[in-house]
Design a protein around this ligand. Structure first.
Ligand SMILES: C[S@@+](CC[C@H](N)C(=O)[O-])C[C@H]1O[C@@H](n2cnc3c(N)ncnc32)[C@H](O)[C@@H]1O
Length: 267
């Protein structure tokens, strides 16, 4: 790992601006004002009434655009576009309120960290599992950690390939953790350890290989943690996300549809 790693700056402390939901709210309010002003002006000028669904769709499009300009991740754009018309459709169809509560609870249990840590759930694909397997140490034994292990797919696959190694996964979102726990139970993977909790509190010093597939936001702080805690002759792998000002020692390119890059730092 490069020497300038010690100089990596901590990310700024969270302010209201770093909370995506507040930016979503602000962009929807602006979207609402612009769309409804547009609809009312059109009616005044042409005498044509604009269907509320169209106005709400315009609200969503404007909010999606403004939110993106405010720095929200690209996946918020379709969510922002669909949100206002979906509200009207749900009201028209008289969807029972408990359905929304159920959806909200499931989303909360899956995307537990997304608003706070800016790390949503998406999964390492199977081609990348195989590429990770190629990067494991050749000598027998060793400890691997998946930092934010999601539903445990990568972990269980690697544990099958390398019964001589121990694979630890740490996950703080309840539903993905429960799924990974059930999968380990069903597959009887004895060399897999699952921990429910916050990876910032996990000591990385006992791992030979640490793997993360997170988002750009935690990378500077995570890299500092890796440099401070991981021992010599260890490997840190980041799927897709770079560390600003600390380029990887090596990049492994995966032959998959999304052209995954595994960024490798050797300690
Ligand atoms: C993009 S997913 C990757 C899942 C898995 N590693 C994979 O590659 O298939 C990132 C996961 O990290 C989890 N996560 C985010 N912040 C965390 C934290 N502070 N502690 C533990 N898990 C966290 C999220 O809940 C999410 O499941």
């Amino acid at each position: 790992m490069s020497d300038n790693s010690k100089n990596t700056q901590h990310t700024a402390p969270p302010s209201w601006w770093t909370t995506p939901l507040l930016r979503v709210l602000l962009s929807q309010i602006l979207g609402f004002a612009i769309a409804f002003a547009g609809a009312l002006s059109t009616t005044a000028l042409t005498g044509q009434t604009i269907h509320p669904l169209v106005t709400l769709l315009v609200q969503g499009i404007v909010a999606g655009f403004i939110g993106h300009r405010m720095g929200l991740a690209i996946w918020w754009v379709p969510v922002q576009i669909l949100l206002p018309p979906a509200t009207l459709i749900a009201t028209a169809w008289q969807v029972p309120p408990w359905i929304f509560l159920l959806i909200f609870i499931v989303m909360l249990l899956v995307y537990w960290n997304t608003a706070r840590n800016r790390v949503p759930l998406y999964l390492t694909n199977k081609t990348t599992w195989a590429a990770l397997n190629e990067l494991l140490p050749v000598q027998k034994g060793g400890q691997f950690i998946d930092i934010g292990c999601g539903i445990g797919g990568a972990l269980l696959y690697l544990a099958r390939q390398r019964p001589d190694m121990t694979f630890t996964g740490i996950e703080s979102a309840p539903l993905p953790f429960l799924l990974s726990w059930l999968r380990r139970l069903l597959t009887g993977s004895r060399n897999v350890i699952l921990k429910y909790g916050d990876f910032w509190k996990e000591d990385l010093s006992r791992y030979d290989v640490a793997y993360a597939f997170l988002s750009p936001q935690p990378m500077p702080r995570l890299y500092e943690k890796v440099v401070a805690e991981m021992k010599p002759d260890t490997l840190f792998i980041s799927n897709s996300f770079v560390v600003p000002d600390n380029s990887a020692d090596e990049i492994a390119e995966v032959d998959d549809a999304r052209e995954t890059k595994l960024h490798l730092w050797r300690n």
